[in-house]
Design a protein around this ligand. Structure first.
Ligand code: MF3
Ligand code: CO
Length: 278
C-alpha cells in the first residue's frame, strides 16, 4: 500500500439502498434540469431548477459549499471540461454543455453528469455529438467492466480500449481529473482512472461504491483552471464532454445508483444485467 493511501469505505446493503435513493433523486433532478436546456436559458437558471427539485425532496446539493464552490451544479460549456460555475451567460444553439450534479440524502452522496448539445441534434456539430456519444458509451464500457472486475484498474482499461479503438478522429482521455469513491462524502478513496496504467488498483469487493466519470476532448490533454479557481478549460480551446454515474458493487452484482433503471438498458447490449441491491 502506498504511503498516504486511505481506507476505502465499504457499505452494507442497507447503506447502499440509501445511496440508491440519493442517486434516484439526483437522476430525476438531472432529468428536469436537462429538459429545460434550450437556446437563451442561462446556466444560473439551470442551477435554480436543479436545486428546486432536490429541495422538494428534502435534499441539497453536495457541490454547494464544497471547498467554497458557489453553486448546486457544474455547467461546463464548449472548451470548459468540468467544474464550470453557473452564470448569467445565455446558452446558444450548438453549444456543448455538461451538467454535473450531486445530492446528499440522509447523509449519503451521489454524483452524476450528462452532456447535451443545446438545441439538440439539429443544432449540433456532428463531431460534438460524436464526442458526447463516445464519452457516454465509454462510461458504460467502464461500468460493464466493473461488473466483472477483480481490480478497479480494469475500469480505466476498458474505457481506454474503447476510446482508442473508436473509428474516426482520435479523441483524448483527460488525465488531470479522475473518478472517485463515494458514500458518506462525495470524494473518497479510491481514485478511478479513465485510462490504462500498469497499476491494477484496489481489489473490487461488495460494498465498493464508485463515481466513474470519463472526460474526453477533441484536442490535446492539457488543461488550465480559470481565474475563478474552478472552471477547467482545455489549453487548446478544443471541446470536451463529460458523463458520470455513481455505481454500487454488492454481493449479487452491480447497480447504477444514478440511472433510473439501474443501468439495465445501456448494459444489456454489453452482456451485463444489473441487480437491485438486496
Ligand atoms: N463530479 C465532480 C467531481 O467529482 C463534482 C465536482 S463538485 C465541485 O469532480 F463542487 F467540486 F464542483
Ligand atoms: Co465526480
Amino acid at each position: 500500500m502506498a504511503f498516504g493511501q486511505q481506507r476505502i469505505e465499504y457499505k452494507t446493503n442497507e447503506q447502499m439502498r440509501l445511496m440508491a435513493a440519493s442517486g434516484q433523486l439526483l437522476s430525476r433532478a438531472l432529468d428536469t434540469t436537462l429538459a429545460a436546456v434550450r437556446p437563451g436559458i442561462t446556466t444560473l437558471e439551470l442551477d435554480g431548477i436543479f436545486a428546486d427539485v432536490l429541495a422538494a425532496s428534502g435534499s441539497v446539493s453536495n457541490f454547494l459549499g464544497y471547498s467554497g464552490y458557489p453553486a448546486s451544479i457544474c455547467t461546463s460549456v464548449n472548451e470548459e471540461v468540468v467544474h464550470g460555475i453557473p452564470s448569467d451567460r445565455p446558452l446558444q444553439a450548438g453549444d456543448i454543455l455538461s451538467v454535473d450534479g450531486g445530492a446528499v440524502l440522509q447523509g449519503w452522496h451521489s454524483d452524476s453528469a450528462r452532456t447535451v448539445i443545446v438545441g439538440g441534434q439539429a443544432a449540433a456539430d456532428p463531431d460534438d455529438q460524436r464526442l458526447s456519444d463516445l464519452t457516454e458509451e465509454s462510461l458504460w464500457r467502464g461500468i460493464a467492466a466493473l461488473a466483472a472486475a477483480s481490480h478497479v484498474g480494469e475500469i480505466g482499461a476498458a474505457i481506454d480500449d474503447y476510446v482508442s479503438a473508436a473509428p474516426g478522429p482520435a479523441l483524448g482521455i483527460l488525465q488531470d481529473y479522475v473518478g472517485h469513491g463515494i458514500g458518506t462524502a462525495m470524494h473518497m478513496p479510491p481514485d478511478v482512472l479513465n485510462y490504462r496504467t500498469s497499476s491494477k488498483g484496489p481489489r473490487v469487493r461488495p460494498g465498493l461504491c464508485l463515481a466513474i466519470e470519463p472526460m474526453l476532448v477533441r484536442g490535446g490533454l492539457e488543461t488550465h483552471v480559470l481565474a475563478d479557481d474552478w472552471t477547467v478549460v482545455t489549453a487548446d480551446g478544443a471541446r470536451a464532454a463529460h458523463w458520470e454515474h455513481s455505481v454500487a458493487v454488492h454481493e449479487a452484482g452491480i447497480w447504477v445508483l444514478t440511472a433510473a433503471d439501474g443501468g439495465a438498458s445501456r448494459l444489456a447490449p454489453l452482456g451485463v444485467i444489473p441487480t437491485p441491491i438486496p
